[in-house]
Design a protein around this ligand. Sequence first.
Ligand SMILES: [Mg+2]
Length: 183
Amino acid sequence: MPVFLVDMDGVLANFSGRFDQLWQERHPDKPFTPWEERTSWYIEDNYPEELHDLIFEIAREPGYFRTLDPLPGAVEGINKLTELGDVWICTAPLTGNPTCASDKMDWAAEHLGEQWRKRLVITKDKTLVRGDFLIDDKPLIKGSMVPQWTHILFQSPGITEDHPVQAKDWDHLIKSFGRLLGK
Ligand SMILES: [Mg+2]
């Protein structure tokens, strides 16, 4: 049975959607770059440097990670994935946010079910974690080790030819793995 590692922000939880909402509410006078127009995975890189502190202020707010909505198809998708393998959530905390790690655990329990509290790997370095596949929206994932998993790139801004997207949404992801695993 394959081991799937599933990233949280941008795959399960809608980090960008919540950010965009708060950004427009709090800074209606400032420029706004919608998801479709972003050219970098890093939100701040899509904004002038003088706005970066205001951007970090939102993401570093205690409780921020608890307030994210699930991405379309994510709840159903991760449940379907459990029929195809051993599924773990593998997420990097935003260390500047004091409640990020505990909020991520509470978020998983609230939106996916209590059992996911015990299936959460919180690490800044995902290359240290073993598994067959890492489903992650970050185009390039680096760390201390040569990764053991195969990176399945989930749709995100800043995709280039060097890092082509392999799952455009949850439906696509489940169908692709179903075919691959003959289920
Ligand atoms: Mg992510």
